[in-house]
Design a protein around this ligand. Structure first.
Ligand code: ADP
Ligand code: MG
Length: 231
């Protein structure tokens, strides 16, 4: 059990630090990348030739972690606009289709009505992709990820349910998910859910998790419908 306020404070500090460090780390990475590429093209050393692509790959992985997670956790400089949520969902799904394809996971999308939310389009897309990616990664052999969007006119919200028939979560995983660096994956970062929860909350939404071990997980993201009069 942790105190919610203290937890949010810590996340803000981590976010600010992460953004500052990420910024500083990117420049040396770019320099090192350039040197490795130069050496790769000009060396006669077989080992250097053989291992350079691996070095470049790992550098790119580091860079991707910085862009996908660390920079996004920086509070402020959001561009809040009216967003066609179905478009964002379809874009996110399209971008993850190749991962789904290689993991034998089919992705489906169903929407009840076309409508808009208020938020930052890049952060929203990143959040949705984090959740969909987790859903795909939870499936071991083959399976399905169903994305369903419903409108709740009564309370002026929309709900996006991302459900998978993957391995589900133990009580322990469920409790730790969302804490910085908590991961059960060998190449995981343990940053995706933390960033998603926080970005969605910043946009006035909520994220809920329902999971059954061995059966699958359903993540429900709720967001406020865009109301003309409020903006
Ligand atoms: P990462 O994906 O890098 O491990 P996340 O913060 O996205 O970091 O997720 C943390 C952990 O939560 C995962 O390692 C996994 O154990 C668990 N998890 C998240 N989503 C799911 C899901 N849909 N099904 C099963 N486990 C999940
Ligand atoms: Mg993840």
């Amino acid at each position: 059990q942790f105190d919610e306020m203290v937890y949010m404070d810590k996340l803000t500090t981590i976010g600010q630090m992460a953004a500052a460090i990420a910024h500083e780390i990117r420049n040396p990475i770019t320099t090192v990348r350039g040197f490795i590429q130069y050496i790769q093209q000009n060396t006669a050393d077989e080992n250097l030739k053989k291992f350079s692509p691996l070095i470049l790959e790992e550098l790119d992985r580091t860079n991707k972690i910085i862009t996908d997670y660390l920079l996004l956790s920086k509070p402020g400089n959001r561009e809040m606009t009216k967003i066609d949520i179905d478009n964002v969902l379809m874009d996110s799904i399209e971008l993850l289709k190749p991962l789904g394809y290689y993991s034998n996971v089919s992705l489906t999308f169903e929407s009840d009505a076309r409508n808009a939310v208020y938020g930052d389009i890049h952060l929203l897309k990143q959040s949705l992709m984090n959740v969909i990616k987790n859903a795909i990664e939870s499936i071991e052999d083959s399976g399905e990820v169903e994305i369903t969007k419903t409108t709740n006119d009564a309370d002026g919200t929309i709900s996006i349910a991302i459900s998978d028939n993957g391995k589900g979560m133990t009580e322990e995983v469920r409790k730790n998910l969302g804490l910085p660096f908590y991961t059960t994956k060998s190449k995981g970062t343990g940053l995706g859910s933390m960033i998603t929860n926080r970005l969605i909350r910043e946009m006035g939404g909520t994220v809920e998790y329902e999971s059954e071990l061995g059966k699958g997980t359903c993540v429900i993201i709720s967001l406020q419908l865009y109301q003309e009069m409020n903006h």
